[in-house]
Design a protein around this ligand. Structure first.
Ligand code: DP6
Length: 322
């Protein structure tokens, strides 16, 4: 059976940074994100009579540690479905891989959905979120469209994402592509280093849990201003925790910081916009969809050398139409 699934990246408004269990990918705190409608990943799984799984990403065969996470997810699906055929996984990204634009979130959400379909596993959304999580933590959220909260949980069963309803204004995310180069430190290694060496990590965990509670409240009440303020706070506190690591982890470049300043200047002039950034220099600006064009125009004036992409709320991972 051949199955093709499609999934989109998500951008965390309340960040996930640091694990309490590396093997199960249990996070130190919960997080909350917006799944986007740009940069989809398409993953096809074909069951084969071969001896080993084959993993091909953007035309290149992956091996060793690069394919290990994919095989972990396939093994879990095989265990749950009671089947043992090997698979050929072919995945195509439309976002520059590993540049802090969350390609692994879309990839592992698509993988979980395609694998469950191929092995005829009747998995509900919660199970798919848990499976995606075992590939990459943030992928647990891309199973769902729109806003999703990943509850940290205490074990494998309790750590999954769930969709949230948003009654506020239509949202947009303006992505400033500062660099699409591969990041120098993987988020996995940077996270571990922050957990092990940053004296700020415990404060990050404590404060991010508070931000998540407040953000959940802002989502329930449709409060865009609170959502935006909490988004910037969570991003800056996450990066602050990395600055304290030894050696320090610094993904933000001078251009990233200039973009945060440009977004603050936008706010001063009355356009409500809020910046966030992940494990890379790109800056994503959360705004009302009705303000997206003026945000792009104003940021382009401040930083003309950067490419801007406007994203909106997108759909969750699903089987592509046959
Ligand atoms: C900065 O989900 O890529 O984007 O679980 O080790 O695969 P692993 O990490 P990953 O980390 C994402 C971190 C982040 C913040 C976020 O998306 O919440």
């Amino acid at each position: 059976m051949t199955s093709t699934a499609i999934a989109h990246p998500n951008i965390a408004l309340v960040k996930y940074w640091g694990k309490r269990d590396e093997e199960l990918i249990l996070p130190a705190t919960g997080s909350l994100s917006l799944t986007l409608d740009v940069f989809p990943t398409t993953t096809t799984i074909e069951l084969t009579g071969e001896k080993d799984d084959v993993v091909i990403l953007d035309g290149a065969h992956l091996s060793g540690s690069e394919s290990a996470r994919v095989i972990t997810v396939l093994d879990l699906v095989r265990e749950l479905s009671g089947r043992d055929e090997r698979a050929r996984v072919t995945s195509t990204n439309t976002v520059p891989t590993a540049a802090g634009l969350a390609s692994s979130a879309a990839a592992f959400a698509a993988l979980a959905v395609a694998a469950a379909h191929s092995y005829e596993l009747d998995a509900d959304a919660r199970t798919l979120s848990r499976l995606a999580r075992r590939g990459s933590g943030s992928a647990s959220r891309s199973v769902f469209g729109g806003l999703a909260r990943w509850n940290a949980g205490v074990d494998d069963e309790t750590s999954f994402a769930e969709p949230l309803e948003w009654r506020g204004p239509e949202l947009a995310m303006v992505i400033a592509v500062v660099s699409s180069a591969r990041k120098s430190v993987s988020s996995r290694n940077a996270m571990r280093r922050t957990v092990e060496t940053s004296p700020y990590f415990p404060a990050w965990v404590e404060s991010n849990a508070v931000l998540l509670d407040r953000m959940s409240e802002a989502v329930t009440t449709g409060d865009f201003t609170a959502m935006g303020e909490l988004t910037e706070q969570s991003a800056l506190r996450m990066h602050a925790s990395m600055f304290g690591a030894v050696p320090p982890v610094r993904y933000l470049t001078a251009s990233s910081v200039a973009l945060f300043d440009a977004v603050a200047a936008l706010r001063d002039s009355g356009v409500e916009a809020y910046a966030t950034a992940d494990a890379g220099p790109n800056v994503k600006t959360l705004c009302r969809a009705s303000d997206a064009d003026s945000v792009v125009a104003r940021l382009s004036d401040a930083m003309p050398s950067v490419e801007y992409v406007v994203a909106h709320s997108g759909r969750g991972a699903r089987i592509a139409a046959e």
